[in-house]
Design a protein around this ligand. Structure first.
Ligand SMILES: Nc1ncnc2c1ncn2[C@@H]1O[C@H](COP(=O)(O)OP(=O)(O)OP(=O)(O)O)[C@@H](O)[C@H]1O
Ligand SMILES: [Mg+2]
Length: 373
């Protein structure tokens, strides 16, 4: 099967796309790593293990940015798993960059992260393996021409990484259709005859699945399928300074893409990241315990709130955004539709904010009336 052009190439120039895939966003870095890559590569891989690792964790000498913040040994283990015949399962709290990591790994290993299955209650085997073009099926009968390959079939035939997002949200019987492909490395198409009826996985094929521990636990996976994966847990960022730097860098990049030329204010981001960490852990910076929210207060959410603050400031008033904008954004992110979370948030803004010095903390406290209800 020939390698199809990516959707992005076909439809839009990359700069008009809201979020191009990693291999497009970082095409320069991948080309540089490829050019400098002299180490042995696992069969079917676009880069060596060392170069793939550098792509994810960064390398200042080669000008490669750090894209995933976390333990580099996790990346080593993940890459080695991908070179074996077991799948890689990334589990963890929501918003800990499991999907981002799976995208980066697929881009590094296969040069393409777009062979992705999005798991959900309505996912069917057709969307995972293959389906048919019914007009051609009626005209020609089952044939390679009428076959519509889905990511699993393509990944196997082309020797590429397949991503399976939120695998535990799929019904069990749908998850289990992966079993034979993962153990025997072959996909049978019983409707076809001859050599086309069996698709044997080529070197380079493997699968990266993600599952988050909030929605539905990984317990909902059959033990037969679990045995075919190596599990790696992705943890939230432990250090305040590291999380702040990540939120600042990501929010600046998102704001630039949104046409905002003002950089986000450091003091506002400090308030934002502190607030998120405290509402996530249920403990304030001076060690008081407080109510934690049931809503997910992840780093990914913090980045999107920092982006929204910048947009509000810029498009409503022509400035970078303040703690007052943070209160307006928190209502939609942190409280969602849970009245208890809203009450906890209101208590936090009333009681846990004023003892800290700084204009932005004061502004946060003063703006608490902006919370709805
Ligand atoms: N350790 C991290 N390194 C880099 N970016 C991170 C990290 N943690 C969170 N982020 C931020 O979160 C975003 C990625 O979130 P992503 O959607 O990959 O999380 P997720 O774990 O898949 O969440 P969900 O469980 O909701 O699917 C990144 O774009 C980045 O802004
Ligand atoms: Mg995800």
């Amino acid at each position: 099967m020939s390698r199809p052009r990516s959707v992005v190439e076909v439809t839009e120039p990359a700069d008009r796309v809201q979020r191009p895939p990693a291999e497009v966003r970082y095409a320069d870095e991948l080309a540089r790593l490829h050019a400098a890559d002299t180490a042995e590569r696992p069969p079917g891989w676009a880069l060596s293990v060392q170069a793939a690792r550098r792509f994810v964790v960064g390398d200042s000498k080669l000008g490669i940015s750090r894209k995933f913040v976390g333990d580099p040994s996790l990346i080593d283990r993940a890459l080695i798993t991908l070179a074996t015949s077991r799948g890689l399962m990334l589990v963890g709290e929501p918003g800990t960059a499991k999907s981002l990591l799976s995208e980066l790994l697929a881009a590094a290993v296969s040069g393409d992260s777009t062979l992705t299955i999005q798991g959900g209650a309505a996912t069917t085997e057709d969307q995972i393996r293959y389906s048919w073009n019914y007009a051609l099926l009626v005209a020609d009968g089952p044939s390679p021409r009428s076959l519509v390959p889905a990511p699993m079939l393509r990944g196997m035939a082309e020797g590429r990484t397949v991503r399976f997002e939120e695998i535990t949200r799929c019904p069990l019987e749908v998850q289990d259709c992966l079993l034979s492909q993962l153990s025997d490395r072959v996909l049978a198409i019983p409707e076809l005859t001859g050599p086309e009826a069996m698709v044997f996985a080529r070197d380079g094929f493997n699968i990266i699945a993600t599952a988050n521990t909030r929605d539905r636990g990984v317990n909902d996976m059959s033990s037969a399928l679990k045995r075919r994966f190596n599990f790696e847990t992705v943890f939230p960022i432990a250090d305040f300074g590291t999380e702040l730097a990540l939120v600042e860098a990501e929010a600046s990049a998102l704001l630039r893409r949104s046409g905002v030329t003002a950089e986000p204010r450091r003091d506002v981001l400090e308030v934002l990241v502190t607030t998120f960490r405290e509402l996530r852990t249920g403990e304030t910076a001076r060690g008081d315990s407080m109510d934690r929210l049931s809503a997910v207060m992840s780093t990914a959410e913090a980045v999107s709130v920092a982006h929204a603050i910048g947009l509000r400031g810029w498009f409503l008033r022509g400035e970078p955004g303040t703690a007052e904008d943070l209160v307006s954004c928190l209502a939609g992110t942190a409280a969602k539709d849970n009245p208890e979370d809203l009450a906890k948030l209101r208590r936090y803004l009333a009681q846990q904010v004023t003892w800290r010095g700084g204009d932005q903390w004061q502004a946060l406290h003063n703006a608490r009336h902006l919370l709805p209800g």
